[in-house]
Design a protein around this ligand. Structure first.
Ligand code: HEC
Length: 269
């Protein structure tokens, strides 16, 4: 934990550069060093452990566990499921990312209401979020496996195309699209290198680290959160959690990352 405090202190001092500046910052090297020091000790493991308990625990009005949840590879199969989502689910009639799908199982198997699973998608230090634990458990079971998102169902093609179009759609007070920040190589905001998500190499590198434990917030965040936060950075209205729009953006990035090895929850700034 003392490393974390040091990182935060370094960031506080260095976080004053200009927007979209190009200059290199010695702090990047600092962060890399902390990453090395932490090694394999990623606090995401705590989320994973809690998630496994939640997965196997009977809960909800139907007093059922999630062990029969079909994440795309058949009821109960967790290993490898994450790297094959988002995908089209016939029972739900739509393309779902992993988080949408787990919540779908919480409603269909455990009997939670839609309002229940939407209540607290993103946790905070004093109010944890069960879905973050569940997602971390499920994705960790695909660590080391190749991203292999299906691309052939017409709905999967449609989701990719919608995601790609949204990525380039400019609007809002600054007339920003995702591509305004993520469509060119070598851009930065303050300390943060902005991946060029239109290139396969950067899209893969970005995708395979999410969900991630963020040192700056001391929390695991999911891809749903990442998109939500980037809508904020884009000065767009907040997107609806698990909406087809958010899942389409995730589909676009996931299909672009196909073939890359999933590294499991990464440690991020
Ligand atoms: C105003 C600039 C801006 C816009 C517009 C923007 N982002 Fe981001 N994005 C960022 C910043 C800054 C980060 C890095 C945040 C950090 O390191 O904490 C980031 C990080 C990300 C990441 C994680 C990258 C990684 O390597 O971990 C993804 C994925 C992403 N954005 C997707 C999107 C999508 C999809 C959109 C459009 C809905 C979008 N962003 C719009 C600024 C932006």
């Amino acid at each position: 934990m003392k490393y974390r405090i040091a990182v935060v202190a370094t960031l506080a001092v260095a976080g004053t550069g200009s927007v979209l500046a190009q200059a290199k910052d010695p702090t990047i090297a600092g962060i890399e060093k902390y990453r090395e020091m932490l090694g394999d000790d990623n606090p995401a493991e705590l989320y994973e452990a809690r998630g496994e308990i939640l997965w196997k625990m009977k809960a909800g009005p139907k007093n059922a566990s999630l062990e029969k949840c079909d994440l795309g590879l058949g009821p109960g199969v967790v290993k490898g499921a994450y790297v094959q989502t988002p995908r089209y689910f016939a029972d739900a009639g739509r393309v779902m990312d992993i988080e949408t799908r787990i919540n779908w199982c919480r409603t269909s198997l455990q009997g939670f209401s839609e309002a229940d699973v939407r209540k607290r998608p993103f946790g905070s230090a004093d109010k944890p979020s069960e879905i973050e634990d569940l997602v971390t458990y499920v994705v960790t079971a695909s660590k080391g496996m190749k991203v292999n998102v299906p691309t052939s169902h017409p709905k999967e093609v449609e989701a990719y195309e919608l995601g790609e179009a949204m990525f380039h759609f400019r609007a809002g007070p600054y007339d920003f699209s995702c591509a305004s920040c993520h469509g060119e190589s070598g851009k930065r905001i303050r300390l943060q290198d902005l991946p060029n998500l239109t290139t396969t190499a950067d899209a893969r590198r970005a995708y395979i680290g999410w969900p991630a434990y963020r040192v700056s917030t001391s929390r695991v965040h999911t891809m749903q959160w990442r998109i939500n936060d980037c809508f904020r950075q884009q000065r767009f209205p907040e997107p609806k959690y698990m909406s087809e729009a958010v899942d389409a953006l995730i589909t676009y990035m996931a299909q672009t990352a196909n073939g890359a090895e999933y590294k499991g929850p990464a440690l991020k700034r």
